[in-house]
Design a protein around this ligand. Structure first.
Ligand SMILES: Cc1ncc(COP(=O)(O)O)c(C=O)c1O
Length: 383
């Protein structure tokens, strides 16, 4: 079987949802992915900021194997230990009081929407222009891009948008019906947009003053990616609700919503699979690796090295830690050209997104920059 066969079968049998890159992955180890022909790629997007500890980390593989041999699923009619262990671990890391574990990012946001509405008795949530929070109808209603929303209108009402990085507009957007403001500390899908220093702090002060909840979507930024365990720690603030997913499970699907000063009543939220032992065991192992290996600090150091080299070579790079965007004349073309050089990245319009495992070394950064210089030779001067 070759790539063309797989592509033909995908077209026939799979939903027409994904604009995939021309690589069929079969195996991963550390910072590398191997395709169907055995070719090795340096993975510089890590499953969209998920494989932060690299592919198939031995600790996560071991935890999944051991847990799978003991107990995979029970539903939440019963107590299971990995779920409670993980909740406690996440609360210690974030300083929050309660935790609801879900299956992915969009579910973590759905939980936040329900909590905000239920605990305030108000229905409005303000999200940010260009922001992305997921694709189920609740989170989609907080996602900005028309192309994601338009086919499904009308979606959840009373969701509005304010310009990102603009505190005055956020203030104007708040009404008597506003339950919460939701924000990404760094916008991910928008193309790695970093707000001004002090923006999150000002948003925290504003929401506190107005009696409105602050929901931080740390789904992409969480678990060390930006150089701190959570991006809000750069601004030394404490949100009311935090949404987590992506890197948490070391590649295993899982999400979580952390909160304080509010709670559900029994039966108000749930799910058959949520918080299942296998996902929670994977997440506990993955978080252990991130904390023990200080991958947040490593992301800060390696990110700094990468950013400085990119700037020196004239690339229009922006971001924090190992969450970088590089503006290029043609995003998709650059990503495809990099694939020919056996490096995997993704793009948002004409921004190449660089979200590698936090375990990468300087030599991997050098390899990436050499390839980028070849495909985009004049950096910003190119266009
Ligand atoms: C900031 C942010 N929030 C939410 C989501 C949705 O997460 P998921 O794809 O796991 O549903 C994403 C996904 O890219 C994201 O980047």
């Amino acid at each position: 079987m070759n790539l063309a066969d797989i592509q033909a079968r995908e077209t026939l049998f799979y939903a027409n949802t994904f604009g995939r890159l021309p690589v069929a992955a079969v195996r991963g180890k550390g910072v590398y992915l191997y395709d169907i022909n055995g070719a090795r790629y340096l993975d510089f997007f890590a499953g969209i900021a998920v494989n932060s500890i690299g592919h198939c980390h031995p600790q996560v593989v071991k935890a999944i194997r051991e847990q799978a041999g003991k107990l995979i699923h029970t539903s939440n009619w019963l107590y299971t230990l990995p779920q409670i262990d993980l909740a406690q671990r996440l609360e210690k890391l974030t300083g929050m009081e309660k935790c609801f574990i879900s299956n992915d990012g969009t579910e973590a946001v759905e939980c936040a929407i329900k909590l905000a509405r239920k605990s305030t008795g108000k229905s409005g949530i303000i999200a940010m222009e260009q922001g992305f929070h997921g694709r189920t109808l609740g989170s989609l209603s907080l996602t900005w891009e028309d192309k994601y929303r338009k086919p499904y209108l009308p979606i959840v009402p009373y969701m509005t948008f304010a310009p990102y990085n603009d505190i005055k507009s956020a203030e104007k957007a708040i009404t008597k019906n506003t339950a919460a403001v939701i924000v990404e500390p760094i916008q991910n899908e928008a193309g790695i947009i970093v707000p001004d220093a002090g923006y999150l702090r000002a948003l925290r002060a504003l929401t506190e003053e107005k009696g409105v909840l602050l929901i931080l979507d740390e789904i992409a930024t969480g678990f060390g990616r930006t150089g701190k365990m959570f991006a809000y720690q750069h601004e030394k603030i404490q949100p009311d609700i935090i949404c987590l997913a992506k890197a948490m499970g070391g590649g295993f699907p899982i999400g979580a919503t952390l909160y304080k000063g509010m709670d559900f009543e029994k039966g108000q939220h749930g799910g058959t699979f949520v918080g299942n032992p296998l996902a929670c065991a994977a997440a506990l192992a993955s978080i252990n690796v991130i904390t023990k290996e200080h991958l947040d600090k490593k992301a800060a150091e390696t990110g700094d090295y990468l950013m400085k080299k990119l700037m020196k070579d004239g690339h229009a790079a922006h971001g924090k830690g190992l969450m970088l965007g590089i503006d290029v004349p043609n995003g998709r073309k650059t990503v495809l050209d990099l694939i020919k050089k056996k490096i995997l990245t993704i793009h948002s319009k004409n921004t190449v997104r660089v979200l590698p495992p936090l375990t990468i070394k300087k030599s991997h950064c050098d390899q990436f920059i050499k390839a980028l210089n070849e495909v985009n030779p004049n950096g910003t001067k190119h266009y």
